[in-house]
Design a protein around this ligand. Structure first.
Ligand SMILES: [Zn+2]
Length: 97
């Protein structure tokens, strides 16, 4: 097995699949294409849920969508998610502010 630098290939931090990976800006974790897209959505939804909460608006629809995307990510590999998605979002918010 060759050990050449192959930064874009490895194990996804979310679903654990070994595949082509993307790096998200500001994160050291790497994610596969599908997880990157879903994670970006989850982070965005987390931000929107916060904003709606602060503004006193209903978050039901946003939370529903959040759960939907989360469930899709958790179920992708059939093995569950090694890292709780809510922690990802919380971490992101902490480091972002
Ligand atoms: Zn993945």
């Amino acid at each position: 097995m060759e050990m050449t630098e192959q930064a874009l290939c490895g194990q996804c931090s979310v679903c654990g699949r070994v595949t082509e990976l993307l790096e998200l800006p500001g994160r050291t974790d790497k994610f596969c294409l599908a997880c990157s897209a879903d994670l970006a959505t989850v982070i965005l939804l987390g931000t929107e849920i916060d904003a709606a909460t602060v503004a006193g608006r209903s978050t039901d629809a946003l939370v529903c969508e959040f759960e939907e995307v989360s469930t899709r990510m958790l179920g992708r590999d059939g093995q569950g998610c090694p890292v709780p998605l809510r922690n990802f979002v919380l971490e992101n918010e902490k480091s972002g502010s």
